[in-house]
Design a protein around this ligand. Structure first.
Ligand code: ZN
Length: 481
């Protein structure tokens, strides 16, 4: 099977055929840089990160553009509150964004343009649209004439009459039609501005993406992505601007990721259920956050809650336990010429899942089957003497790591990751690592003294506290129940 992608435009999965064979141009709307990123941004960026990685993994030459909106009302207001200029504020949060994306292990896009570096291109599109009668200057602003674009609302499938009935013109805006939207806004006092044929001003929000995408990917390109909340008005307006200006189809495939709820409620600042990436990674390993996001299909809504994150942490720990066990089980066993088909079979299943509209949830399910098979093989009697089984475990182990890498998973050293996971898990229990170590030492002494009643008692006591003891030749270690 080859790649199929759900296209919001057609409302169905379509065969993926890029405009130029083997090359993909992908544009994803980035953040407005006035504050720290939240879990919703984490999801959108991780989703398009794995789409980018998977396309590359399957051999496409991908140009991935993700912009920064660095001029906007929210940036200007926040900068004024803090008494700094909006450029300084934007740069501060671009740096913070990059730190957050590094924490989450995201691959760097090919280009990360800033809107304010494309003012010349933005003005050129406005001029073209005015020349074509699709836009008009009015009181220092420039507006797009939505009723002149026949395909307006083709992406969101909204109804123009209904929308028009509810639309109002904001005081100060001199529009012909309340549905018209601003391409250029005349400068108000204390705002950053650029010279233009309509006087000093700044771009409206939507026009920047039309300018940056055509400059970096061409007038027509393959994938345009973003969160579902961007379908209207942002993406609808990008289509109207670009297609009217260029007379060509804009993006071929429109991909949108689902919402993030928090404890089954919509996340919002007013509800106080608002978590930044920085808040979350204080409590959970960044890879747990990534694993949590990828265990749902990218179009489905996900529910962010401590319970779901804890489940993801233990799910990921089972992978690391298996990877650790497999590495130990084959360590020092001589290589043989035994062949294994298991890795290739897993690889095929993984690709089949990802080819079906990037079904990372199913792909992770297949990886989990792979590690269960590894665990089963390792537990066979005289495993290290059976060259065929050792070859299979080596093959599966390498394949799980290779495919995990496509999803940005299993990047840590298993032993270190598991130790950190174990200690993090203690925060939910009424026992500390020191107390556990003391009890283990006491139990060792009890066994030396042949006081087996006390030794058993300690084991039971720890079990009741949620700790399981593991005895081996190297000594006694523990894990969470
Ligand atoms: Zn955009």
């Amino acid at each position: 099977m080859s790649l199929r992608v759900y296209n919001t435009m057609s409302g169905r999965k379509e065969d993926f055929q890029p405009l130029v064979p083997n090359k993909v141009g992908m544009y994803v709307c980035g953040v407005t840089v006035y504050d720290y990123c939240h879990i919703g941004h984490a999801r959108a960026n991780i989703v398009f990160d794995i789409i980018y990685r998977y396309l590359q993994f399957t051999g496409f030459d991908v140009t991935y553009v993700r912009n920064y909106t660095d001029v906007d009302d929210k940036i200007i207001n926040r900068a004024n509150e803090r008494g700094i200029d909006s450029k300084t504020l934007a740069e501060e949060f671009i740096t913070a964004f990059n730190e957050d994306m590094d924490t989450l292990g995201l691959a760097k896009p090919t280009h990360e343009p800033r809107a304010t570096d494309y003012i010349k291109e933005i003005i050129a599109i406005c001029n073209t649209l005015i020349d074509k009668g699709m836009a008009y200057a009015s009181g220092g602003d420039v507006y797009y004439r939505v009723d002149k674009f026949d395909d307006y609302l083709k992406l969101s499938k909204r109804n123009m009459e209904e929308m028009q009935a509810g639309a109002r013109i904001t005081p100060g805006e001199q529009k012909e039609n309340p549905m018209d939207f601003a391409l250029w806004k005349g400068a108000k006092p204390d705002e950053p501005s650029w010279e233009s044929p309509w006087g000093p001003g700044r771009p409206g929000w939507h026009i920047e993406c039309s300018a940056m995408s055509s400059s970096l990917l061409g007038e027509s390109f393959d994938i345009h992505g973003g969160g579902r909340d961007l379908i209207f008005p942002h993406h609808e307006n990008e289509i109207a601007q670009s297609e009217a200006a260029n007379g060509k189809p804009f993006a071929k495939y429109w991909m949108h990721n689902g919402f993030v709820n928090v404890n089954q409620e919509k996340m919002s600042k007013s509800l106080g259920n608002f978590f930044t990436i920085r808040d979350i990674v204080e409590k959970y390993d960044p890879e747990v956050v990534r694993f949590f996001i990828l265990t749902a299909h990218y179009r489905s809504p996900i529910d962010f809650s401590d319970g779901n994150l804890e489940d993801s942490a233990s799910g990921l720990s089972r992978f690391y336990e298996a990877l650790q066990a497999a590495a130990e089980a084959v360590d020092g066993v001589a290589e043989s010429d035994q062949k294994s088909e298991l890795g290739a079979e897993l690889d095929a299943k993984f690709r089949e899942a990802m080819d079906d509209d990037f079904n990372s949830a199913l792909a992770i399910g297949h990886l989990f089957e792979g590690v269960r098979t590894m665990n089963r093989l390792i537990s066979e009697k005289k495993f290290r003497k059976k060259a065929d089984l050792v070859a299979q475990v080596r093959d599966l182990h390498a394949t799980v790591l290779k495919l995990g890498d496509v999803l940005g998973l299993f990047k840590s050293e298993p032993k270190a990751w598991l130790e950190q996971f174990k200690l993090a898990g203690l925060r939910n229990l009424d026992i500390s690592a020191d107390q556990i170590d003391q009890l283990i030492a006491e139990r060792l002494q009890a066994r030396k003294d042949k006081n087996f009643a006390r030794s058993d008692e300690i084991r039971d006591e720890l079990d009741a506290a949620g700790i399981i003891l593991l005895d081996s030749r190297e000594g006694t270690s523990w894990k969470l129940k």
